[in-house]
Design a binder for this molecule. Structure first.
Ligand code: MN
Ligand code: MN
Length: 303
């Protein structure tokens, strides 16, 4: 028998996990929420705090399975083994990377701060109530992706929907955001490799393979004197993944800036073109906190 799964992107973040849980509820068709890898610390905190059930981890597509994709719209960010004919629907808020399908499918994407916002909107459009737990989960997804409404990706709709979710869930946003950011920033016991790969995405553009990892934190102090190690790890990843360019952005959520690691002259060249900043090993990009909106488009244009 064919099983239906709802799944977010690889290296799952909070928005992709809660979206899988809530979209499976929305669908009411027996689809199973799943995640494409282990939970990060922020999401683990969110599920503990809201008593949400951890979705099943799928490392690759099981035989006879079909998928709804959330928080990503193409196969490059999906688990291996999914074919485009296995996709039943997509709910997303990213740029599109070219998904071709054999049959028509449900495809919903909007310029919003999070997939969670879009899902809340979809419930409302259908006149359906969002239960208390789902409201808390969606609120966490919005806070996570918009960095508590400070990211350039934030829209007025995100703020409006969040207010409604606060009423349903009874959650204090400030308190929840603080706890999520603390959990997100906790790197105790993590290797540099784990940190660099924890939110790493691969893209293809004009025949080039580009890897961009980011790590969001409220304090970059624990990263002092770790530049060399970070660059070494980036070099390893570039070799292993046969990428043409690899980047790592250490994002200071509070100062709203990104320490951008440049492995070689090739990456430096792209950075110079894209952001007008050049340097050896690491540069600071002021005002930049969003990979999707402030890094990817400019890097692509510079290739
Ligand atoms: Mn995501
Ligand atoms: Mn998202």
């Amino acid at each position: 028998m064919t099983k239906k799964f709802v799944i977010g992107h690889k290296n799952p973040d909070t928005d992709s996990v809660v979206s899988a849980i809530v979209f499976s509820k929305y669908l009411k068709n027996g689809s199973i929420p799943a995640i494409a890898g282990e939970l990060n610390r922020e999401t683990r905190f969110v599920l503990d705090f809201l008593k949400g059930k951890k979705p099943k981890i799928l490392k690759k597509a099981p035989v006879n399975s079909q998928f709804y994709l959330v928080d990503h719209g193409g196969l490059e960010q999906s688990i291996p083994g999914i074919n485009s004919e296995d996709i039943l629907g997509v709910v997303d808020h990213h740029q599109m990377f070219g998904l071709t399908t054999v049959e028509p499918l449900f495809y919903r994407t909007e310029v919003l701060g999070s997939t969670s916002t879009l899902l809340a909107k979809m419930f409302k459009e259908k006149g359906r109530k969002i239960d208390k737990k789902s409201a808390g989960l969606l609120l966490s997804g919005i806070i996570s992706d918009t960095l508590n409404f400070t990211s350039k990706t934030t829209t007025t709709e995100d703020k409006k929907i969040a207010k409604e979710l606060v009423i349903i869930s009874g959650i204090n946003i400030k308190e929840l955001a603080q706890k999520m950011f603390d959990a997100k920033s906790d790197i105790s016991g993590m290797s540099i490799r784990e940190i660099v790969l924890s939110d790493y995405k691969e893209y293809k553009h004009l025949g080039k393979k580009i890897g961009i990892g980011v790590f969001e934190t409220v304090s970059t102090t624990p990263f002092k004197e770790k530049d060399e190690k970070i660059l070494k790890v980036l070099g390893d990843i570039k070799k292993e993944s046969k990428a043409d360019f690899v980047f790592f952005g250490l994002i200071d959520i509070l100062k709203k800036e990104t320490f951008f690691y440049l492995l070689s002259d090739k990456e430096d060249g792209i950075c110079k073109k894209a952001f007008g900043v050049s340097g050896k090993n690491v540069v600071v990009l002021k005002g930049i906190t969003s990979r999707k909106k402030q890094l990817v488009p400019y890097i692509f244009k510079s290739i």
